[in-house]
Ligand binder design. Structure first.
Ligand code: NAP
Length: 315
């Protein structure tokens, strides 16, 4: 078993982790980033932006930038100032004493401080076409991608507040938005329901489940099955927004870091401090409200500054 010690260990490498890496590297803290392993889910290096195509709302890119390129550039920026990367997943942590410990299988990394930026994942329908079509008509973020669906017919899957909020937002762009829900009553709050029912561009397809995404290179339609009698039908749509909830990547920290019942890490208000001194959390792993690349990056910067000041106060 090999071991190495670091001033700052950053777990996760989306916009939050990479911004924390840039800031701590520029503060000469030589952070080690355990960035995750390539996969088709959002806990891979680069996080959820690796599953998007064009990003048009990140300040500084008036022509837009591809999500993966934005993350590659952030990574290069951190490396330029001395950040080191391990392309693996942390398999276990022990924050009960200092130095803090994190393992990648048999390799132990110890650190004076830890920044957790493991992100969150959008829950998906589990259809085999999803990995091929994500970013090509299939999306999990209306704020990010709604603009690309001007004048088109699209669907939103889900019956909670997220689905209704996304649908409402998407009517700014789309010609028609159909909400597909597996039951005949919504889970969303009354006020959101009233707004959706009052919106002429929103239609509902009740008791229905999306069973197939059609299209080779981009979404051209969907197959829908009735949850009552199993009959199937096809809808010609060019956009599918899945809004059936999110799950933070916090399994590693269960019983170690304070979290809400939904799994999101709890940070002290206005800071990135967790319940363990010297362990900080930033990005979507502790944010179920905004979930934007820019807000994640902002909280990554906060974590780096909190961490740097905390380390300084230790000596
Ligand atoms: P949610 O409340 O858990 O709703 C998820 C919805 O997706 C449910 O309607 C559920 O159906 C459906 N669903 C789950 N798995 C599915 C599957 N495999 N196939 C088809 N449908 C599926 O999640 P959320 O809407 O993301 O909201 C999460 C929390 O954030 C809630 O507390 C919500 O109030 C809050 N929120 C608030 C606002 C706001 O106030 N502006 C906005 C967004 C979110 P069933 O109903 O049949 O279970």
């Amino acid at each position: 078993m090999s071991t190495s010690h670091h001033r700052v260990l950053i777990i996760g490498s989306g916009p939050a982790g990479l911004t924390a890496a840039i800031y701590t590297a520029r503060a000469s803290l030589q952070p080690l980033i355990i960035e995750g392993e390539p996969s088709s889910t959002s806990d891979q290096p680069g996080g959820q932006l690796m599953l998007t195509t064009e990003v048009e709302n990140f300040p500084g890119f008036p022509e837009g930038i591809m999500g993966p390129e934005l993350m590659t550039r952030c990574r290069e920026q951190a490396a330029r100032f001395g950040a080191q990367f391990i392309t693996e997943k942390v398999t276990k942590v022990d924050f009960s004493a200092r130095p803090f410990k994190a393992w990648v299988r048999d390799t132990l990394y110890t650190a004076d401080s830890v920044i957790v930026s493991t992100g969150a994942q959008s829950l998906m329908l589990g259809l085999p076409e999803e990995s091929r079509l994500i970013g090509h008509g299939l999306s999990t973020c209306a704020t990010c991608d709604g603009f690309f669906f001007r004048g088109q017919n699209i669907v939103v899957v889900g019956g909670g507040d997220s689905a209704l909020e996304e649908a409402q937002f998407l009517t700014k762009f789309a010609a028609k938005v159909t909400i597909i829900h597996r039951r005949d009553t919504l889970r969303a709050s009354k006020i959101m329901q009233e707004r959706a029912f009052a919106n002429e561009k929103i239609e509902f397809l009740w008791n229905s489940q999306v069973t197939k995404l059609l299209g080779d290179e981009k979404v051209t339609g969907i197959e829908v099955a009735s949850t009552v009698d199993g009959t199937t039908s096809t809808l010609d749509v060019t956009g599918v927004f899945v809004a059936i909830g999110h799950k933070p990547n916090t399994g590693l920290f269960e019983g170690i870091l304070d979290m809400e019942s939904t799994g999101y890490l709890i940070t002290k208000p206005g800071s990135t401090y967790t319940n363990i001194e010297g362990v900080f959390a930033c990005g979507d792993v502790q944010d179920h409200t905004y979930r934007q690349a820019i807000t994640a990056a902002g909280s990554g910067c906060m974590a780096a500054i909190d961490c740097e000041r905390w380390l300084e106060a230790q000596h």
